[in-house]
Design a binder for this molecule. Sequence first.
Ligand code: DGY
Length: 329
Amino acid sequence: MRQKIYVTREIPRTTIEALQAEHDVTVNSEDRALSPDELRRNVAGCAAIVSLLTDRIDGALLDAAGPNCRIVANYAVGTNNFDVASATDRGIALTNTPGVLDDATATHTIALMLAMARRIPEAERFLREGRWDGWKPMFFIGADVDRKILGIAGAGRIGRNVARKARAFDMKIIYSDVARNRDIEDETGAEFVNKDDLISRSDFLTLHMPLLPETRHYISAHELGRMKPTAILINASRGPIVDEKALVEALRAHRIWGAALDVFEDEPALAPGLTDLPNLVIVPHIASATEETRLQMGAIVSRNVLAVLSGRAPDACINWEAVAPRFTE
Ligand code: DGY
């Protein structure tokens, strides 16, 4: 039976077409994130919602969708926009897109590290502004990455992928996580350390943890004060993991050498003063933005939705154990 699906914003055409082949699909065609009120109006009567990390999926939204709603499929690997308990209470499956964006995100992390270490955006701005008057020995001096210490906070799939790529620069990998991870150690010789050692020993510190109450402001003024003055902080995970105001102060005072951010605490707003800092590289949350990756994310979304709407288990469900009985009754 054809059912109603709401897609909160344009995503790859192939995903929409796969869904349309079996169901009635409405896509928000405005190129903006909808307000909670608009979303509530638009999802009424839907069996599936395809959401983005910018959509808050809470009890009010799920109630607005109504009793036929069976799945909310995030077009993202991150799931911090989900109120998991509200969905689970209502027997609604929540899915994400793990695995397919590891390479793109890890490559982007390395790109951010190199861009900051070698001051590429700053040097490019200088050149475009017509300010170059010839080669100079003491000009745009950056930092080597080769054989330096790369600290990885969070040794999940993306953190491990970054570690493997960083081995190409002979970097010494240290990592911290809630538990020791033999995979990253076997693959890269990484050393398991506690948070304090991670912060104080890293030449480059990169964050790859989910946003949870306990990871919010994992890097705050205290941690920034414990980092090496030559260190570079990289964040391509979730903005609120770093206290952005404290980072602005630390960069302004040159307490650390630099930072490179793909994500921000209150997107799309930026902390006051952030854009004025020369010792910072910033890009607008684009770590997974490659053609190939976004198509694969879309393919997982359509597979998940079609599976759940025909009573089958999805590939990637964060609350399947809790909601499975509803699908097998
Ligand atoms: C995600 O998937 O969670 C990223 O932040 C966007 O692709």
